[in-house]
Design a protein around this ligand. Structure first.
Ligand SMILES: [Fe+2]
Length: 374
């Protein structure tokens, strides 16, 4: 028996994409509850038109709603606790997240906290939830996170560390993806979110749990992203057509579907640290370690690597060159003492362990040393 073809997957989210999908899904939204807490960041949900569309649906459906727009990048548990209070005062029975990964992940977290008054962070992460989370609707406005189709919410905990919540009860009930919301994404954000999607696809392909289906998602996502990232590199994001934006959005969903089977690996685990300590946008932070991850996998299983480059229809050199070109560079300097301090974080790290072949804490130390100690 070949274990790499065994499958085990569960994805109960209804996913609807395409132009006008929010307004077209008014009935499905209404069916989830009468009172809605809408969760967004400060500006993007309004600027791209998604919030207006959701409010139009609320009015058409005669649903009551409140808006919590206090979710920033690397969403905080503390903010979710605040939002949950708003949800409870509204007696909300559904949470609607509008945005990129941060508001979508926050919506999942709030859905647990709103259903379980005064829940502490420890109980939240223990998954001993007395009441089931409220249903969540995700309205995607970037092409990167894939959170629309995962049961993961990456939160910044009360100690300032990024830590995932991961539970079957966190799958959104409904996810809506209208690529037109991504048309106005600025250059840097288009890049960092597209690179996040690329990281998802690559990490998933080389995860131990990768199977026939997840590899199809990964390879398809990468093929699209290769084409679109080359365009962005040559002409800039402003030159992307509506069709390109739609392809990018779909690629982000492929990435989400891939990691919902496998989880993410070392680049995400270490990338979280760069976001926390150096404020580097999530996708870009993870991509800093993709080349090392690929090199590791070349050593671990050359044949599997060959299969990867075959399936993505790209030569290894060409692929690694593109990653170098599209990943923004940062002047990061780490002290030896910081590396030593971080060491325990990489021991028994769940994401790092998800990859093929062993990546020890010492190997991560060395990678960081080589890259950042001057
Ligand atoms: Fe990510």
């Amino acid at each position: 028996m070949n274990k790499e073809v065994d499958m085990n997957m569960y994805m109960p989210t209804r996913l609807i994409t395409g132009e006008g999908c929010v307004k077209k899904s008014a009935k499905q939204i209404k069916a989830l509850g009468e009172r809605c807490l809408i969760v967004t960041g400060k500006t993007a949900a309004k600027a791209c038109g998604a919030l207006d569309d959701v409010i139009e649906v609320m009015l058409e459906n005669d649903q009551s709603y409140a808006i919590y727009d206090g979710i920033g990048q690397n969403p905080k548990i503390a903010d979710c606790m605040e939002a949950a209070k708003v949800a409870r005062s509204l007696e909300a029975d559904v949470i609607i997240g509008i945005g990129g990964g941060s508001p979508l992940d926050a919506a999942k977290c709030i859905s647990v906290l709103a259903a379980n008054p005064d829940m502490s962070q420890d109980v939240l992460y223990s998954y001993q939830w007395e009441n089931s989370p409220l249903p969540v609707v995700c309205v995607g406005t970037t092409a990167g996170t894939g959170s629309e189709v995962t049961k993961v919410a990456v939160m910044t905990n009360l100690q300032g560390l990024k830590k995932s919540l991961n539970d079957d009860r966190l799958f959104p009930a409904l996810s809506l993806g209208d690529y037109r919301y991504t048309l106005t994404l600025p250059e840097l954000f288009t890049r960092s979110t597209a690179i996040d999607a690329l990281s998802h696809c690559v990490e998933s392909y080389f995860a131990q749990k990768a199977n026939e289906i997840s590899r199809c998602y990964s390879a398809r996502g990468i093929r699209i992203l290769l084409k679109q990232l080359q365009k962005i590199e040559k002409k800039g994001a402003a030159a992307l057509t509506a069709e390109d934006r739609e392809e990018l959005y779909n690629a982000s969903i492929y990435g989400g579907l891939a990691i919902h089977v496998t989880g993410t690996c070392m680049p995400h685990a270490v990338g979280y640290f760069l976001s926390e300590s150096h404020g580097i946008p999530h996708g870009t932070a993870c991509a800093q370690f993709l080349l090392e991850f690929l090199a590791h996998n070349r050593n671990v299983d050359p044949e599997y690597c060959d299969l990867f480059y075959n399936e993505i229809a790209c030569k290894e050199q060409e692929f690694t060159d593109l990653i170098k070109e599209v990943t923004p560079k940062y002047e990061i300097v780490l002290e030896e003492a910081e590396i030593n301090e971080l060491h325990t974080r990489w021991i028994n790290n769940a994401s790092i362990k998800k990859g093929r072949g062993e990546i020890t804490a010492d190997m991560v130390d060395n990678m960081l040393r080589t890259k950042y100690v001057k």
